[in-house]
Design a protein around this ligand. Structure first.
Ligand code: SF4
Ligand code: SF4
Length: 315
């Protein structure tokens, strides 16, 4: 039996495996924080006051307020992978169609990785969000995580010498937002439950981990002192924004020949988009940081090591 011809995507996959082998499975110990639920850059505290789940605040948003919809104009909304999945499903579009119609490409500043942001109207980008209407948010049940958190911001922090990372919340008080003058009191935990953020946090966790880790490596020039190649960044964007393209990549290349993936998991990712996203994060952690989240099959691994040694000039 002859092997099927190699595609350019197979070549890319080999190159990414090789790039991972050149890096060590390592970590860097610097302080880093990633703000991942802030809708604008204005007026959020430079030194956020940490709120715990039990801390209370006054806030109520409703259409009787003079500020109704103001916060949906000129909002700077980064979309996490699960946001894109939920919104494209709701709008009955493929992720690629959704990205083209409603987003602009951007760079996550701290991590230096490509992400998508909602394309707001107006020449200066200060116009309305495309999902904003007089009656409010037209995609409310599937609105992005950042919109759910508002007026809370979320920060993931890794302190020097700290094992894992820590998430905390803080209150964003923008001048135009009158919801803070309302008398409704709730604690952070109650507000988060009301906003139904659990699925968003569960699915997006791996993406936030990658941003955090890349941000912490950035001061060293990238993982093991080497910035990811443009090709790796392109694959990061594809895998984290477009599950359909990533599924075609997994099933249309040597991906499943290269990586050791449980047959049941392979069946699952044929149809389960959330499971596929989790696989994407594991794969990216392996490629970017050489983490053991997804293992190369032994034969492939030996080949990649030999090739890496060759390109590094080792005997
Ligand atoms: S998605 Fe909805 S809540 Fe978020 S900015 Fe747009 S209209 Fe406002
Ligand atoms: S209360 Fe705040 S969150 Fe609600 S519409 Fe007004 S500005 Fe937006």
């Amino acid at each position: 039996m002859t092997n099927p011809p190699r595609t350019s995507e197979d070549e890319e996959l080999d190159e990414l495996d090789l790039e991972a082998q050149r890096r060590g499975p390592d970590d860097v110990d610097v302080e880093v924080e990633v703000f991942d639920a802030v809708r604008g850059n204005t007026n959020f505290p430079v030194q956020p006051v940490r709120l715990t789940a039990d801390d209370t605040f006054n806030f109520r948003c409703h259409n009787g307020l003079a500020c109704w919809n103001k916060c949906c104009h000129g909002a700077d909304i980064s979309l996490a992978p699960y946001d894109i999945l939920r919104l494209s499903r709701r709008l009955k579009m493929s992720p690629a169609e959704f990205l083209l119609a409603y987003t602009v490409p951007a760079i996550h500043e701290k991590a230096d990785l490509p992400i998508a942001k909602i394309k707001t109207g107006g020449d200066d980008g200060r116009g309305p969000c495309p999902f904003n209407a007089a009656e409010g948010c037209t995609v409310y049940e599937d609105r992005p995580a950042t919109c759910r958190y508002y007026p809370l911001g979320m920060v993931s922090v890794k302190m020097k010498d700290m094992e894992g990372k820590d998430d905390f919340f803080f209150l964003v008080k923008e001048d135009h937002c009158l919801g803070h003058c309302e008398t409704k009191t709730q604690n952070v935990g109650e507000f988060r439950a009301e906003q139904d953020v659990a699925d968003y946090e569960r699915v997006n966790r791996g993406w936030v981990d990658i941003l955090m880790k890349m941000a912490s490596w950035k001061v060293m020039g990238g993982p093991m002192g080497k910035a990811p190649s443009p090709q790796t960044k392109k694959m990061f964007f594809m895998a984290t924004t477009d599950v359909e393209s990533f599924r075609r990549f997994v099933f249309g290349t040597k991906f499943l020949d290269n990586y050791d993936i449980d047959p049941e998991a392979v069946e699952l990712i044929k149809t389960d988009d959330e499971a596929l996203l989790l696989l994407a994060f594991d794969w990216l952690k392996a490629v970017l940081f050489n983490e053991p989240t997804l293992l190369l099959k032994e034969q492939v691994l030996q080949g990649a090591i030999a090739k890496a040694r060759e390109t590094l000039g080792a005997s």
